[in-house]
Design a protein around this ligand. Structure first.
Ligand code: NAD
Ligand code: TYD
Length: 360
């Protein structure tokens, strides 16, 4: 059994964070796990109902930009490990409001690094700061180009990816300047239960159910490399526990799909689950204006992670998507809760009042 640890997980009420919290709470009962989350529109404690009462879990509502709060938590809880997921995460929102992305993703990460540096100064041995980042920092690939790997140069395009790239650079700077014991991971697109329905996959699942338009940006030919969120959580576990200090890993499923093909697969799966005639929801596919600066293709070569730590994804895409579809169909109350209020107003501002009303 590993030594007991006092872990701070940030953004644990969000999509990936809730899976990471659940994974660590269940797998490491001798750890003390503190979830720090601001509960923005994307954070939802209902994502963690099944572990909220666990004796090794606690929650603090707070902002990662609040350095005084961070200092207090590091001291009071004797934090010796950080898994940092709190972020603004949606590209379309970053195009509309880049400042909140700079605040949380850059200044929030910097505050967390500073709090860890101060708390661990002179006692770095056995400590670990795991920064969870995205493959979007590498920019876009052309078809046929080799997938991203750990040595790919940074070339972010969106305000979201620029803010994440900046946070990655601060992580490296704290490693190189102050000797902070960090690991850094850049993962491809995740899917699975509890994903907020502004992202392509849950948005389309819910819209197929409600017979609402499936908005495809541009020609639907942009490519993403999809990974099940539980495979990401396992990779974080492997890297957090076993990677050498200072290492960087890219994480992905070697699972590239054009958006239009993902949506067609979702149409087939949801129609099957609902007993509709095969493909009857294809008529909902609606081409809309392209996203500004839309990256053409992301793809990851996770050979280093496979080679060093033996990680590989467990989910095939179709099986993982089918489970995800079934999860959304089985949790209408979660969907109702999350799509009311602030999200309904955002959806209306994107697609108009009629679409928003139909989306309720
Ligand atoms: P999410 O938007 O679902 O959740 C983000 C969480 O962070 C929410 O619970 C929110 O309340 C919290 N948060 C936001 N601002 C905060 C602040 N100032 N202080 C404290 N908490 C705050 O995001 P996600 O999709 O789960 O992504 C989690 C992390 O993984 C992010 O860092 C993201 O960049 C990274 N990532 C995501 C993907 C993906 O496909 N979703 C892929 C690779 C990496
Ligand atoms: P998204 O889930 O927002 O993730 P990211 O932008 O981080 O990759 O989008 C995935 C892909 O789907 C991306 O190429 C944009 C596209 N997309 C649509 O075509 N329509 C939509 O309504 C959304 C939300 C995304």
């Amino acid at each position: 059994m590993e030594t007991a640890r006092s872990l701070l997980i940030t953004g644990g009420a969000g999509f990936i964070g809730s899976h990471v919290v659940r994974h660590f709470v269940r797998r490491y009962p001798h750890y003390s796990i503190l979830n720090l989350d601001k509960l923005t529109y994307a954070g939802n404690l209902a994502n963690l109902e099944d572990v909220a009462g666990a004796p090794n879990y606690s929650f603090v509502r707070g902002d990662i930009c609040d350095l005084e709060l961070l200092r207090r938590l590091f001291q009071e809880r004797r934090i010796d490990g950080v898994i940092h997921l709190a972020a603004e995460s949606h590209v379309d929102r970053s195009i509309r409001d880049p400042f909140v992305f700079a605040r949380t993703n850059v200044l929030g990460t910097l505050s967390l690094l500073q709090a860890a540096r101060e708390a661990w100064a002179g006692a770095e041995e056995g400590k670990r700061f795991h920064h969870v980042s995205t493959d979007e920092v590498f920019g876009a690939l052309h078809p046929g180009e080799a997938p991203f790997c750990e040595s790919t140069p940074y070339a972010p395009h969106s305000p979201y990816s620029a803010s994440k790239a900046s946070s990655d650079h601060f992580v490296r700077a704290y490693r190189d300047t102050y000797g902070l014991p960090v690991v850094l991971t850049n993962c491809s697109n995740n899917y699975g239960p509890y994903q907020f329905p502004e992202k392509l996959i849950p948005l389309c699942i819910l819209n197929i159910c409600r017979e609402q338009p499936l908005p495809i940006y541009g020609r639907g030919e942009n490519i993403r490399d999809w990974l099940h969120v539980e495979d990401h959580a396992q990779a974080i576990d492997d890297i957090f526990h076993r990677a050498p200090d200072g290492e960087v890993y890219v994480i992905g499923g070697l699972n590239e799909w054009r958006n239009i093909d993902v949506v067609r697969l979702l149409v087939r799966l949801v129609d099957e689950e609902l007993g509709r005639a095969p493909g009857s929801s294809e008529r909902l596919i609606t081409y809309v204006s392209d996203r500004a600066g839309h990256d053409l293709r992301y793809a990851i070569d996770a050979a280093k992670l496979r080679r060093d730590l033996g990680w590989k994804p467990r989910y095939s895409f179709e099986a993982g998507l089918r489970d995800t579809v079934r999860w959304y169909l089985a949790h209408p109350e979660w969907v109702e809760q999350i799509t009311s209020g602030a999200y309904a107003r955002y959806y209306e501002s994107m697609y108009g009042p009629a679409a928003a009303a139909a989306n309720k």
